[in-house]
Write a protein that binds this ligand. Structure first.
Ligand SMILES: Nc1ncnc2c1ncn2[C@@H]1O[C@H](COP(=O)(O)OP(=O)(O)OP(=O)(O)O)[C@@H](O)[C@H]1O
Length: 350
């Protein structure tokens, strides 16, 4: 068993250590620099401009969307557009209401508090946050048991920017306290090409338009992946060529890393290939499919399948997993039905 996790893959959307080190340099610093997500950008622009005109603190903002689409980047942009400082933390880091009280009580007026993975906060912290968001006040509990007392503490107005991979996971009372919710979608290929060009400029790598398109096409709609693939292509171009990235160089480099033209990696293709070659395209149960590819059930279900489903290559049905016609085409195989038809046609021709 490989026990593969999403963050160990070149096409994983969750940040790895190298991403952490270079992402800061690649982050757009203003809304004008932020590529794609036109609707979200326009809406956010209005929210922030209006707050600035009123000389008020911006409303609380909820950003939802898959990892690597730019939620942290947007939170930082909110702070810079409001000329406000930003404090960054995450749901899992706040286990006790006291942790949150300490952060909230040290905020400056107008500060942006970025709370990543807000759906993973503990319940007591969440309840404290309701009051802080609405009334800019927290009750700090002193003591334990019947002798415990709540001491109210006034907070300066601040802007909470919450990020979550799924807004549906948030309890409605929390969701309702955001003045503005932005849903971020996967990026269009053209937008990702722009991301590649922009990052290449910052990293001082020469990339021609076809090279950028080749990288964008394999980036699974995600800027973080586009930036990571660009770095691997840069290595290849430097070691095996003259440093310039063309479509040929990008394709060869990403073939070495087993990321195919549609952004599928070894694991994705192993799942599809087993489904097609061993089970005739399904339906087959998840357990059987996982054994066939030598991976844990969870790895197949949570790491490989979401992208295959999104790409319309695999479908989850009550009877099991099935491949779509596009899956056969992608792996260059002929579906059994078409094969049978072909045989019949040949007999008829005779
Ligand atoms: N619209 C964009 N234009 C240019 N670069 C972008 C854009 N969105 C994201 N990026 C780049 O993608 C990388 C990942 O973005 P970011 O860290 O903001 O994602 P995220 O959604 O917060 O991910 P996570 O939820 O995993 O923290 C950053 O290096 C950033 O530079």
């Amino acid at each position: 068993m490989h026990g593969e996790s999403d963050d160990s893959r070149l096409v994983g959307a969750v940040a790895d250590r190298e991403d952490d080190a270079v992402e800061a340099a690649l982050r757009p610093k203003s809304l004008a620099e932020f590529i794609g997500q036109h609707r979200v950008r326009e809406q956010l622009d209005l929210v922030l401009k209006a707050a600035r005109q009123r000389e008020a603190t911006a409303d609380h903002i909820l950003l939802s969307g898959a990892p690597g689409l730019g939620k942290t980047t947007l939170a930082m942009i909110v702070a810079s557009e409001m000329a406000a400082p930003i404090r960054i933390t995450s749901g899992p880091a706040i286990q006790h209401a006291g942790d949150l009280a300490a952060i909230l009580s040290s905020l400056q007026e107008g500060e942006v508090l970025f709370l990543d993975e807000i759906h993973r906060m503990s319940r007591p912290a969440e309840e404290m946050l309701y009051m802080a968001m609405e009334d800019f006040r927290v009750d700090v509990i002193v003591g334990k048991g019947p002798g415990a007392t709540a001491i109210p503490l006034e907070l300066p107005p601040f802007t909470l920017v919450g990020a979550t991979t799924r807004a549906g996971l948030l309890p409605p009372p929390l969701r309702d306290r955001f003045g503005f919710t932005a849903h971020m979608d996967f990026y269009e290929s053209g937008d990702l090409e722009q991301v590649v060009h922009r990052s290449a400029g910052l990293l001082d790598v020469a990339v021609d338009p076809a090279g950028a398109a080749e990288i964008a096409g394999r980036s699974r709609g995600t800027p973080r992946i586009a930036n990571r693939l660009l770095r691997r292509v840069r290595d290849y171009a430097q070691v095996r060529a003259d440093g310039a990235v063309t479509s040929d160089i990008a394709a060869k480099a990403l073939d070495v890393y087993e990321v195919d033209a549609r952004g599928l990696d070894r694991l994705d293709r192993a799942v599809l290939s087993a489904l097609l070659k061993l089970f005739g395209g399904g339906p087959v149960g998840l357990g059987t499919l996982s054994v066939a590819v030598g991976e844990e059930r969870e790895t197949v279900e949570e790491v490989a399948e979401p992208f295959l489903v999104r790409e319309g290559l695999l479908a989850r049905t009550p009877r099991g997993r099935i491949a779509t016609p596009a899956a056969w085409t992608h792996l260059g195989l002929v579906p059994p039905q078409a094969q049978a038809n072909g045989v019949q046609q040949a007999m008829f021709d005779e």
